[in-house]
Design a protein around this ligand. Structure first.
Ligand code: UD1
Ligand code: CA
Length: 493
């Protein structure tokens, strides 16, 4: 049976999240696996293709609203001025949608902004069961090892859901129940609105509880049901940073498992971290202590890590990237990077190219087969194909005010310890001498040299540093040279 898209999904995210102890961020903006908590909720919700996707915001709402506009423009914020409870939050959202004429017939799914492990699949399962059973309300529940703090599911003799009682309002006997309310529901939209108008605040917290609607609907003769989550971890709610870390670990394990099942070797899952947005192809290998973030993509048979953090970086088939930090870089097929490289935005390394050890690059296009093997900075540069940049070279791109560009042609051989003072061009097939400061263009096929003459001051060490190890070594070498030349000068017997 195909699922009718719900009239709305309402994501509750107005609470303060006091236990996060955060001054900087509202709870729902804390990230795991490259997405905010509320982002995970919205991503799961949109898999249902709801006609409306509303997010109830309150505490630090400017930040949440700004975040949603930037990342999830399909999510419409609804402001709940005072946090008078989950029932109040849903009522505010329904009223806002109805006022704007945006609430159609059908199901309304309520979920929370702090359950990042809840998948679209579980939501779909809930919505499906809700529709098939013809319920007025269906709650997603879970059997948990420790139910402290959660609302408990009360079932009748017939096993059907009768009501939900909050931990704070529960009796000792009710607190023994391990089936809990996940905070996620499917409702008939119209009946939900009616039930919410009857919710009272005569409870220990003086709030409008959304959970009270179940009993109200049942007593009005409507069907109320429950779906038990297959995995209780799905509904893990984040209240503090300990749970944030637990959820991050669980989500990461899921992401790595998916990658491994798709043919990626993850050598050490304990120290490998993927964002939800990472992509990969078969036979990619991820070595220990590696983080892949954002829109990072690892091609077929490529090897990344160990000790690498790649953000929004594309690694081509068969390429290798080790001990590297990279942002917004592209490494083409068969290229190699590291160990110990820092690729900054705009780095594009061509096929079979090399960025080696202790090399930093920025806005640098390095052509196919070209190499920057050792100890260099390449910024604001274009390097053609098949060129080799000598060790310890610096692309001097900054005059203190502006950045300038350096172009190196195809099949160049630049010497070690060159400074390329931009703007400057080195033509195809040109060479430059070691130690040169290249501040003028080098024509194709020329050798560029800027090198002072060398002068050796004979005997300087013995005169100026007498008695040192250096002086003794020098004198011994001079003595050997004298003896050697004396021998070779001697007439042969
Ligand atoms: C709620 C449920 C409880 C369930 C638990 C699951 C109620 C009365 N209780 O309890 O049965 O086991 O979630 O985690 O529903 N929110 C608003 N506006 C408000 C109040 C809350 O948007 O006025 C949001 C919060 O930001 C949060 C969600 O609703 O995302 C749940 O609120 P919270 O205060 O955490 O409820 P719990 O006490 O955990
Ligand atoms: Ca909660």
């Amino acid at each position: 049976m195909s699922l009718t898209p719900p009239a709305a999904v309402i994501v509750l995210a107005a609470g303060e999240g006091t236990r996060m102890k955060s001054r900087a961020l509202p709870k729902v903006l804390h990230p795991i696996a490259g997405r905010s908590l509320v982002g995970h909720a919205v991503a799961a919700a949109r898999e249902l293709a709801p006609a409306q996707l509303a997010v109830v915001v309150g505490h630090l709402r400017e930040k949440v609203v700004e975040h949603l506009a930037a990342e999830f423009p399909e999510a419409v914020p609804v402001v709940q001025e005072e946090q008078n409870g989950t029932g109040h939050a849903v009522r505010v959202a329904l009223e806002a949608l109805a006022r704007d004429g945006r609430l159609g017939e059908g199901a309304v799914i309520v979920t929370t902004g702090d359950t990042p492990l809840l998948t679209g699949e579980t939501l779909r399962h809930l919505a499906q069961a809700h529709a098939e059973d013809g319920n007025a309300a269906t709650v997603l529940t879970a059997e948990v090892p420790d139910a402290t703090g959660y609302g408990r599911i009360l079932r009748g003799e017939d096993g059907r859901v009768r009501a939900i009682v909050e931990h704070k309002d529960a009796t000792e006997a009710q607190r023994e129940i391990r089936e809990i309310n996940s905070g996620v529901f499917a409702f008939d939209g119209k009946l939900l609105g009616e039930a919410l108008s009857e919710v009272r605040t005569d409870n220990s917290q003086g709030e409008e509880y959304l959970t009270d609607t179940l009993q109200i609907l049942r007593e009005a003769g409507h069907r109320v049901g429950a779906v038990v989550a297959a995995d209780h971890q799905d509904i893990l709610g984040i209240n503090d940073r300990v749970q944030l870390a637990q959820a991050r670990r669980i989500l990461n394990d899921r992401l790595l498992e998916r990658a491994m099942r798709a043919g990626v070797t993850v050598v050490d899952p304990a120290t490998t971290w993927f964002d939800v947005t990472v992509e990969y192809e078969q036979d990619a290998v991820v070595q220990p202590n590696t983080q892949l973030k954002g829109a990072t993509r690892i091609g077929e048979g490529a090897e990344v890590g160990p000790n690498s953090t790649l953000t929004d970086t594309v690694v081509g088939a068969g390429a290798s990237v080790s001990n590297t930090t990279a942002f917004e870089a592209e490494v083409a097929e068969g290229a190699s990077v590291g160990p110990y490289a820092y690729l900054r935005p705009g780095t594009k390394l061509g096929a079979k190219g090399k960025i080696g050890t202790f090399v930093e690059t920025k806005k640098a296009e390095i052509g196919p087969g070209s190499k920057v093997p050792h100890l260099s900075y390449v910024g604001d540069a274009t390097i053609g194909e098949g060129s080799n940049i000598g060790a310890a070279s610096v692309f001097v791109n900054y005059d203190g005010v502006n950045k300038h560009h350096t172009t190196i042609g195809d099949h160049c051989r630049t010497g070690s310890d060159n400074m390329f003072v931009a703007p400057v061009n080195v033509g195809d097939g040109a060479y430059t001498a070691a130690g040169s400061v290249i501040y003028q263009d080098v024509p194709a096929g020329a050798l560029g040299v800027t090198r002072p003459q060398q002068r050796n001051v004979e005997g300087w060490v013995s005169r100026k540093r007498p008695g040192t190890a250096a002086a003794r070594a020098a004198e011994a070498a001079q003595a050997r040279r004298r003896d050697g030349s004396a021998e070779s000068d001697a007439p042969s017997a």
